[in-house]
Design a protein around this ligand. Structure first.
Ligand SMILES: [Zn+2]
Length: 258
């Protein structure tokens, strides 16, 4: 019999399985991303008590199954609820996006404590009222770095020339990297990146999530969002459902002129 393992976790994704079970994907503090079956989750208040939802900080107890990908999720207990997500549509959209992105970027149990820490800190900051746009950009860049894709943002990926010296950088859309004019390959789809945007991206990547808000203007943040999206698209497959929800939600929010 495998031993019971207990760890802090957040739910990334959950779906019903059969009549009364659920398949649950968690990002955990000590065991990376795990997917498990919660037997009888629908009816067991005692073992799961409504904890298998996003935006709840949990202690999950599970057991590995020999030679199986799915673990047995034995029970979960609530460590803390983040309440802003159920009351504010913008925060709900931002939180849903960061959970989906984490699920997409993190492959399995090998993800370290760093990814869990990022998810934990980003959700807590969003819950406490941090402005979503810069926080999401910061989260994206840190998640890329934690996944081994640390992008060069203030210098050419090809020759290393710094953008500070007046070099214009171009985003190579397909490959999700920034290069200078001399390092461009003919025929690739490119998009020039403003020096202010490159600087803001580099700053976000180098600062903790808690310092994401900087007073950067909306134009720089919108531009940064576009660049970050391309960097992520180059290493993930398929569109993220929550990203279109974020975009739609923003267009529909009050104060935006269409
Ligand atoms: Zn170059």
């Amino acid at each position: 019999m495998q031993r019971e393992i207990s760890t802090s976790a957040f739910v990334l994704r959950t779906r019903p399985y059969g009549e009364s079970d659920r398949i649950v994907t968690l990002i955990t503090e000590e065991h990376g991303k795990i997917t498990g079956i919660a037997k009888g989750a629908k009816n067991s208040r005692r073992r799961f008590g409504g904890t298998l939802e996003p935006f709840l900080h949990l202690r999950a107890v599970f057991r590995h199954r020999p030679a199986a990908e799915l673990v047995f999720l034995l029970r979960c207990e609530l460590l803390g609820a983040l309440s802003a997500f159920t009351q504010d549509l913008d925060r709900f959209a931002a939180g849903s996006y960061l959970l989906e992105l984490t699920d997409r970027m993190v492959l399995g149990r090998e993800s370290g404590r760093e990814v869990y820490r990022l998810v934990h800190d980003a959700l807590v900051l969003l819950d406490a009222g941090a402005p979503p746009a810069p926080l999401l950009r910061s989260f994206e860049l840190h998640l890329l770095a934690a996944s081994g894709y640390a992008p060069a943002l203030d210098r050419c990926r090809g020759c290393g020339r710094s953008a500070d010296g007046g070099t214009t950088l171009y985003l190579v859309v397909e490959r999700g990297r920034l290069v200078c004019r001399a390092c461009l390959t003919v025929g690739e789809v490119i998009r020039p990146v403003d020096a202010a945007t490159a600087r803001e991206l580099a700053r976000l990547a180098a600062s903790p999530l808690s310092e994401a808000a900087s007073g950067a203007g909306e134009r720089v943040l919108d531009d940064a969002a576009l660049v970050a999206e391309r960097l992520l698209d180059a290493v993930t497959s398929g569109p993220l459902r929550s990203r279109s929800f974020l975009a739609r939600n923003r267009i529909d929010s009050t104060g935006t002129v269409r």
